[in-house]
Design a protein around this ligand. Structure first.
Ligand code: FO1
Length: 320
């Protein structure tokens, strides 16, 4: 029996969109729901067409519910686009695509938020309605906005990511609202839990997915001084990011595009880094900073996601 099958402690997973959601799904298959808290980045959130858009939260929710669109990585499977077509005919903004089914969730979220419910309460309601038993929590109920510093000026995350297709050169980041934001109570409670078995940084973008979570007041310090082991899965495989602009950002920030650079970035916050087999030659250098585990990290199938979740739990156990 592998260690993960007898893992009795609670796990906190920090997660962004696509890559994070894949590992979160794997973890949800190997841990009972009460042992897993999935803390999701909300720095990508923005207001659009009068609606609050929460891309990473929705990607995690749809993935765990099995209704995600595997081709785009965002939105719902078997989507239709009637509302978008009418919006286009009305001369509305259409650079950010919201499918009909996805829009229904956004309308209900807007309605619930307007009635005074928190983003956490709305997320927990959606989880229940979509049959997701894992504990999915937004990193904060307060607005935090990831801003991308470029030579053309400061761009909001979705402007940079979707409208500009990540083309502008990245010079830095800041997170509007983060110093005034409160980390989610469920997140803080999970970190303080005496039965915490470890924290997993999913293979999400270190700067714009995990970064905003770490910048919340007290979070970096709490994780830095945690007794339970802390690991990350490198989002860089063979000098490339599986999805998204992480590799391009590292290059533009004059960092080597490698798992070693990911280890250096997280130094002081981690006890171990999981790297892919293709990067096995970096193991020795990484181990100057922290422990490392070499295993397959590409998650194409559900089996891959479950295997990586198991490897992560086994690694945490080894580091305990
Ligand atoms: N990403 C795109 O590249 N184009 C889109 O039109 C788009 C729409 C969209 C709608 C809802 C949603 O939850 C996510 C959406 N995304 C879209 C993804 C989004 O920009 C995410 O921030 C990224 O995937 C990064 O995590």
């Amino acid at each position: 029996m592998t260690a993960s099958k007898i893992f009795r402690k609670n796990i906190v997973a920090l997660c962004g969109g696509v890559g994070g959601a894949k590992l979160a799904l794997g973890l949800s298959h190997v841990l009972p729901p009460e042992q897993l808290t999935i803390v999701v980045n909300t720095g990508d959130d923005f207001e659009h067409l009068g609606l609050k858009i929460c891309p990473d939260l929705d990607t995690v929710l749809y993935t765990l519910a099995g209704v995600n669109n595997p081709e785009t990585g965002w939105g719902r499977a078997e989507e239709t686009w009637s509302c978008m077509e009418v919006l286009e005919a009305l001369g509305s903004e259409t650079w950010f695509k919201l499918g009909d089914k996805d829009l229904a969730l956004h309308l209900e979220r807007a309605h619930m938020l307007a009635s005074g419910q928190s983003l956490s309460a709305v997320t927990s309601h959606f989880c229940k309605q979509l049959g997701v038993s894992a504990n999915v929590v937004p990193m904060s109920d307060d607005p935090v906005r990831t801003m991308i510093e470029t030579p053309e000026g400061v761009l909001s995350f979705q402007h940079y990511f979707v409208k500009e297709q990540c083309a502008p050169c990245v010079e830095g980041f800041h997170f509007e609202g983060v110093t005034a934001a409160h980390a989610n109570r469920a997140f803080l409670n999970a970190l303080d839990d005496p039965n915490l078995g470890g924290i997993i940084f999913c293979p999400s973008n270190p700067f714009v997915s995990i970064g905003p979570i770490l910048e919340l007041p007290s979070i970096r310090e709490r994780i830095g001084s945690l007794r339970a082991p802390r690991i990350a899965i490198s989002p860089i495989i063979g000098g490339r990011a599986v999805k998204g602009p992480a590799a391009k950002m590292m290059h533009e920030l004059d960092l080597p595009v490698s798992s070693l650079a990911v280890a250096t970035h997280y130094k002081g916050l981690l006890d171990g880094l999981i790297i892919d087999q293709v990067d096995a030659s970096e193991k020795v250098e990484i181990e100057r900073h922290m422990a490392s585990l070499v295993c397959p990290t590409l998650m194409n199938t559900l089996r891959d996601r479950i295997d990586l979740a198991r490897s992560s739990l086994d690694f945490l156990k080894d580091l305990t």
